[in-house]
Write a protein that binds this ligand. Structure first.
Ligand code: PMP
Length: 352
């Protein structure tokens, strides 16, 4: 008998690589190419950090208050965590406890099945249609909860608010989580449905549109009842999940709305321009509303392109998985970065 027989076996999520090379172009993990709002650095420099000797506020009041004000909801409707991964994992633990399978798309954020397995939650995937859209009828079967990103990852495709509401209507007795990690790049949020549906949880992150992936801040908004249940689980797990700098800097970022709109606007403009340019090079892709494109070439295998780009120090994301092995997910960077990518691809496509 070995101690290893008693170990919980988990198959972990494989995060995109984080290379640190001097002149690399990093378009592989959907980070923001622009720095955080100027007020964030200013606050970091001007704060008296002697308060770090104390535990941080377990209720993360400053950040919850800033978010509640920004989104026009009650403070009791907001829950924050260490990145939306933390929020999502807590939500899986809290809301998907029925023993019945939860439902999510077959092509989606690849952490969902990992959390389901870790927390012992049965799940069933629902195949997206041939245009990468959700088939709403799939979500009318008995289930223990529903989760999908909107816009979806890695396709970038947005489902309409009508589709989201249809899924909510069909699942009044289960929690429906809409993961809006990428909604700030031109998507339509389900937040407006919160008043009608107390089983809806909308999850957001500071990692993409607020340029703070390194700070690890995520949050969700739902009915006060749901947030209460989430807090009970969180406080049964770790009271002090979010450190003091993250609480303060997160609140500072939320207050700089003009900067937020400026950088998300720039990313949208770059994305739309790159769509046109990639199209001319023989690429096709779903009409992404995220800060990334999910592109396939008419002739050149995706894996070959991925390797060639990597050798040129241009990092994009590639999955050797059923249905998506001919696609590259390319984060929208600055105009300069995208021009370098396009220049490389132009030459490569011509030669191959
Ligand atoms: N949801 C989706 C759909 C994502 O793509 C990501 C980023 N990997 C996350 C959630 C998690 O982001 P974070 O933990 O940085 O907030």
């Amino acid at each position: 008998m070995s101690w290893e027989q008693n170990v919980r076996r988990a198959e972990p999520y494989v995060a995109g690589e984080q290379p640190r090379r001097p002149n690399m172009i990093k378009l592989n993990t959907n980070e923001c190419p622009y720095p955080p709002a100027p007020g964030v650095g200013k606050l970091a420099a001007e704060t008296d950090w002697s308060a770090l000797r104390l535990y941080p506020d377990p209720d993360t009041t400053v950040l919850v208050k800033a978010l509640a004000e920004y989104y026009g909801v009650d403070r009791e409707q907001v829950f924050v965590g260490v990145g939306s991964d933390d929020v999502l994992s807590m939500a899986f633990m809290t809301f998907f406890h029925s023993g019945k399978p939860i439902l999510f798309p077959d092509v989606t954020y690849s952490f969902y099945d990992v959390w389901a397995s870790l927390h012992g939650i049965p799940y069933k995937t629902c195949a997206l249609d041939e245009n990468w859209h959700i088939r709403p009828e799939d979500y009318r079967q008995p289930n223990g909860g529903v989760i999908f990103p909107n816009p979806n990852a890695p396709t970038g495709l947005m489902e309409s608010l009508e589709t989201v509401e249809g899924i909510l209507l069909a699942n009044r007795d289960a929690v429906v989580i809409v993961d809006e990690a990428y909604v700030d790049f031109g998507g339509v949020s389900a937040l407006s449905l919160l008043e009608k549906y107390d089983n809806l949880l909308v999850v957001r992150t500071f990692s993409k549109s607020r340029a703070m992936a390194g700070m690890r801040i995520g949050f969700c908004i739902g009915s006060a009842k749901m947030i209460g249940y989430l807090n009970d689980v969180k406080f049964s797990f770790n009271s002090y999940t979010m450190n003091l700098p993250a609480q303060l800097m997160g609140a500072a970022a939320v207050k700089e709305d003009a900067y937020f709109k400026e950088i998300t606007g720039k990313i949208i403009a770059t994305r739309e321009r790159v769509k046109g340019e990639l199209g001319k090079l023989g690429f096709s892709f779903p009409d992404s509303m995220g800060n990334f494109l999910f592109a396939t070439h008419e002739r050149i295998p995706a894996e070959q392109l991925f390797q060639a780009l990597r050798e040129a120090d241009i990092y994009v994301r590639y999955w050797k998985k059923p249905r998506i092995s001919e696609y590259l997910r390319i984060t929208v960077g600055t105009d300069r970065e995208m021009d370098a990518l396009l220049a490389f691809l132009r030459e490569y496509v011509e030669k191959h």
